[in-house]
Write a protein that binds this ligand. Structure first.
Ligand code: KG4
Ligand code: ZN
Length: 369
């Protein structure tokens, strides 16, 4: 295989400013992440203008810290990758402009990264590389899995099932008709008055552990539609109605005033129903895909919601309990949510297939694709 190289990756598509230095075998040499959770917390969601100025305040420091953690100077990195979309345009521009400046000033190859592809490709880094910074390095560049595979992307902005054929080659098998799964977690967290900084997912997951998932009956979405699409808006409404009913029974004003036990039951019932819906759609996609292409027997689960431990163990079971067991690849939780290593790794994968972009002409884009 070819020579090892290093990439600086930058991510600023939403409310995290991230940078990382990766070696082309997947080893993370240095990382830095500035999250804006406390800035957006009082607003109950990401405020784009505040996010943009926080990115501007943090970007240079984050890049410098990633470099110094890797014990490197910018002159020493071999290429620069940056998220160019989809995401918040004014936020993407902060990372993209900085990356363009650096690429042009230091004459480095430049790669404009698609955020969804970056999430998906994270599942290909071999697990032994995540924390390993030991220097003689592995030149084999082995992957956790090869193409083609099935990918489930569940984040705050996206909820999709895709067939991954190769770098830059994906076909969509299912998507959401309304809200994403991450949004459903965030809205349920807000309803219960939980902290939503960094998304409501972690707070719901924690609370759900002490609740009874069968205590509140919630309808599983889209049961009549035999396809692989998702819908989470109806579930969100069902959760709100169920908690309003409970508020009347308990004689309290709002869901926030319910007992910890009641809240835990709501969280657990919501999470259980949300994941049941996901399992049904995913199982259907697995059946369809294995019929179309029997080489496909690996599922990659990526995006912020893939950090959820309950989801990880349920999907593990879904993969193993089949007549033809599938392999499951999920990045470690901290690499499921947005950070700089994803841009760096996607750039490595693109460069290894000979693909890069021109820094001068690079623009950002808000929407898929
Ligand atoms: O991938 P990500 O960091 O940003 C986007 O590209 O959207 O995903 C953020 C989403 C949020 O909605 C957050 O609530 C959710 O991922 N999330 C979780 C967990 N950790 C993050 N959802 C459920 N359980 C978790 N442990
Ligand atoms: Zn993301």
């Amino acid at each position: 295989e070819g020579k090892l190289f290093t990439v600086l990756g930058i991510e600023s598509s939403c409310d995290d400013t991230g940078a990382a230095i990766l070696r082309s075998d997947g080893t993370i040499l240095g990382e830095s992440l500035a999250s804006q959770h406390s800035i957006h917390q009082p607003w109950g969601g990401v405020v784009p203008s505040l996010a943009k100025s926080a990115h501007e305040d943090n970007i240079d420091n984050v890049i410098q810290t990633a470099l110094s953690n890797a014990n490197m100077k910018i002159e020493e990195v071999d290429a620069i990758g940056v998220t160019v979309g989809p995401g918040l345009e004014i936020c993407l521009r902060v990372g993209c402009e900085r990356a363009k400046d650096l690429a042009l000033r230091y004459n480095k190859p430049f790669v404009g990264i698609h955020h969804l592809e970056a999430h998906i490709l994270m599942a290909r880094i071999s697990p032994e590389k995540y924390n390993n910074t030991s220097i003689p390095s592995d030149k084999s560049m082995s992957r956790a899995m090869e193409f083609p595979f099935l990918a489930l992307l569940v984040s705050g902005g996206h909820c999709q099932i895709m067939k991954a054929h190769g770098i830059g080659q994906y076909s969509i098998i299912g998507g959401t008709l309304d809200d994403s799964l991450g949004e459903a977690f965030d809205k349920t967290a807000r309803l219960l008055g939980l902290p939503v900084g960094g998304g409501g997912g972690p707070a719901i997951e924690k609370l759900a552990r002490t609740g009874d998932p069968t205590s509140i009956a919630l309808p599983i979405p889209l049961q009549k539609r035999k396809d692989c699409d998702f819908s989470y808006a109806g579930l969100k409404t069902a959760v709100r109605l169920a908690s309003e009913k409970l508020c009347i029974e308990r004689d309290v004003e709002s869901a926030e005033q319910l007992s910890e036990n009641d809240k835990a039951n709501i969280a657990a019932s919501f999470q259980h129903t949300a994941f049941r819906h996901l399992e049904i759609r995913l199982n259907r996609a697995m059946v369809i895909v294995s019929k179309e292409d029997e080489r496909i027997s690996t599922l990659a689960v990526v995006g912020g919601v893939a950090a959820n431990n309950e989801l990880r163990s349920r999907l593990e079971k879904l993969c193993l309990d089949r007549n033809d067991p599938w392999k499951l690849c999920v990045p470690p939780p901290r690499l499921c949510t947005d950070q700089g290593a994803m841009s760096a790794w996607a750039a490595v994968e693109r460069l290894l297939v000979g693909s890069s972009d021109s820094a001068e002409g690079q623009e950002v884009f808000a929407r898929y694709p």
